[in-house]
Write a protein that binds this ligand. Structure first.
Ligand code: AVI
Length: 357
């Protein structure tokens, strides 16, 4: 029977460079747990179990004057499903607009990328967006989906294996905000292309976005590429609607963060006593998502008490919207040059091809 093998670093801990050498008897795998999961000869590497790091981020964030929580906490199982629903909402234009841009320009994209690429997708999730590239890119050397969720990686890799039998798929389970080393692959790699769709770059503060893209530039090396989706600045009304949908899915998604923290970190947030609030901050060019406390209240996390005044907010997410020029400047600072930016007719969204300098 074909198997997936998953190697979990038992040491865990925050960001550090872990070496992934992926053969069964490799000495680097000593001290790693080994689980056989399911079909197909594909290897999944889990770099870090960073529960402690996340807990620190939560408690530090709640000690700030403007309380904040890391937006990665949206994505437990329920949160990921809610996010999928958001992506299908009429008000939430980014997903369908990015897909349309890709569909209309895939031949140009592929011409620029060329053959023999190692395709590394950051935050690959269900790996659905990459299919349009895989359908058109000639001779992909390997597809390396990187995601924190092992379950999603397994499911996605299985699905892809069914449809792209010849493709070498090496999923890496890692927090892509941390440095990670690429797995070694069998075929010759002509160049590396990082793929970061979905405008998730907007969820980083600009300084973090530059650092993150700098890491990608290191990973792909000079001449390597980054294909990235970026949301663009537009009418405030359109933006406010996208993050305040009428069906309340975004509100449920936002509140789910507290449910997740209660379940995973033994906290006791009274979820009913918080309300979703999102608005476009024109000055800073970003959507801000907040949870507003509806009363004076206290929540406990690992024995520590956090007080909330009535009306006080927790900032749960920023979602920056860029101009093409502003993004090009940021990319340049991170070591990239924008080669091409494809946009939709309304100029709502862009897919950009960047080359590392
Ligand atoms: C994942 N990210 C790009 C989404 C966004 O639009 O910033 C997350 C999201 N938050 C609310 N709706 C969607």
């Amino acid at each position: 029977m074909d198997v997936y093998r998953i190697y979990i670093n038992k040491r865990g801990g925050p960001c550090s460079r872990h070496i992934l050498r992926i053969t069964e008897d490799s000495p680097q795998l000593r001290g790693f747990m080994h689980q056989t999961i399911t079909k197909n000869p594909t290897i999944v590497v889990d770099l870090l179990a960073d529960t402690n790091n996340t807990l620190l981020q939560i408690t530090h964030g709640l000690q700030k004057d403007q309380k904040e929580l890391p937006c990665k906490l949206f994505y437990d199982e329920r949160g990921s499903k809610l996010f999928e629903r958001i992506c299908r909402l009429h008000e939430y234009y980014p997903t369908r607009t990015e897909t349309a841009i890709m569909q209309q320009n895939v031949h140009d994209v592929v011409d620029l990328v060329g053959h023999g690429a190692m395709l590394i997708e950051y935050g690959s999730g269900s790996s659905s967006k990459v299919r349009i590239l895989l359908d058109h890119l000639p001779e992909v050397a390997a597809y390396v989906p990187v995601d924190i969720s092992k379950e999603q990686l397994f499911m996605a890799a299985q699905g892809l294996k069914r449809d792209y039998a010849e493709l070498e798929i090496i999923p890496v389970s890692a927090d892509y905000n941390n440095l990670f080393e690429l797995p070694i692959i069998g075929k010759k790699v002509f160049h590396k292309l990082a793929y970061f769709p979905g405008s998730t770059i907007g969820n980083f503060y600009p300084i973090q976005a530059i650092d993150f893209m700098r890491n990608i530039a290191d990973v792909v090396g000079p001449g390597g590429g980054l294909l990235i989706g970026t949301d663009l600045q537009k009418d405030t009304k359109v933006l406010n609607k996208a993050y305040n949908d009428r069906a309340g899915v975004t509100a449920a998604f936002n509140l789910n963060m507290l449910i997740h923290i209660n379940a995973e970190f033994g906290a006791d947030f009274n979820v009913d006593q918080f309300k979703h609030f999102a608005f476009y901050n024109e000055e800073l060019g970003r959507i801000e998502m907040h949870l507003i406390s509806q009363a004076n209240q206290t929540a406990h996390i690992v024995g520590e008490a956090f007080n909330f005044k009535e009306g006080e907010s927790i900032l749960t997410e920023v979602s920056y919207k860029y101009t093409l020029e502003g993004f090009a400047e940021m990319a340049y600072e991170a070591g990239f040059v924008v080669i091409e930016a494809w946009v939709d007719p309304k100029n709502y969204f862009s897919v950009q091809n960047l080359i590392a300098r």
